[in-house]
Design a protein around this ligand. Sequence first.
Ligand SMILES: *Cc1c(COP(=O)(O)O)cnc(C)c1O
Length: 381
Amino acid sequence: MSERIYLSPPDMSARERESLLAAFESNWIAPLGPEVDAFERELAARAGVSAAAVLSSGTAALHLALVLLDVGPGDEVWTATMTFAATANAIRYVGATPVFIDSDPETWNLDPALLRRALREASQRGALPKALIAVDLYGQCADYDAILSACDEHGVVVIEDAAEALGATYRERPAGSFGAVGVFSFNGNKIITTSGGGALVSNDDTLVERARHLASQARQPVAHYEHEEVGYNYRLSNLLAALGRAQLHRLDRLIERRREINVRYRATLERIAGIDFLQEAPGGRSTCWLTCVLLDEDRLGVGPEQVREHLETHDIEARPVWKPMHLQPVYGDSRVVGGAVAEDLFRRGLCLPSGSTLSDAGQRRVIDAFLGTPRLRCNEE
Ligand SMILES: *Cc1c(COP(=O)(O)O)cnc(C)c1O
């Protein structure tokens, strides 16, 4: 029996092990310490920003970003409907109202033309959103030239949810650096992981300093536990920061491997009629966090669910693409601008095993199992 192939498992080396153990031996176990400070410096440098606060999760970073930008009840926050629930949930944490924007059919990221039209219309009604959370989906930056110009026109502040895109670039600039605040995730399935963790980054050092303050229960710098505002317990531990530093050191290699895996999938599957790949837009470089395909059931004879179930019988984990937020029961009463593109992507989409630990032989197993799906018609395009 061969081993189970996971969608995107952690990729650890001797370096991570040594880094973690060295932090352990130093007895800086928690909460803060020199590894946290160093991880924050190194991450900020990598993301092309002046400061970073490392936190307990990407979700915590999104929540703090909204708190720091003074978003609250009565405010609208617009975001992509095609995203993971964490993006939308953070909007609800601060009592704001989410509005969802449809996807571009090529990149699956937020459709900038649709955004521009919707902002002009909202401006005429005098009902502009307080903020936009742009999402860098599946490792690819959203179209920031268009998004930032549309938002600047109306004074709407942008938060970049780069949870899936650490190390990606757009017009030579790193993911995470485009909004007033950027957010990363180091969850177990992301491109680098601290088992659980995240970060908030910005070119505004004061804002990042305030993030650290709010993330440490907003305790005033006096001995007697003085609090002037509500705080959170959101900081990353020193042990996990040690793990994160070792992972960050290997980031380029991890991205290279994911991109190689993407190229190999394309080489065998892209020529089959009815299989389309998520496209990389010109001017950007994706991390290829997950390789995603669209399956046309009419031409292929099977849809994503049949392929997924068949892969499962071979002990291979594939997943549907994110279910759009406007289709989620919890967000069913929210406003959506468009939505048909994201619905179609959800109906046809499938994420294939894409972890940087996936061997060539493992990937061969995935491809063979994919092509062995009962009733799949393998016609060349
Ligand atoms: C993973 C993810 C998050 C949340 O990060 P956590 O660290 O799991 O809290 C937020 N947004 C997107 C788009 C994600 O993929």
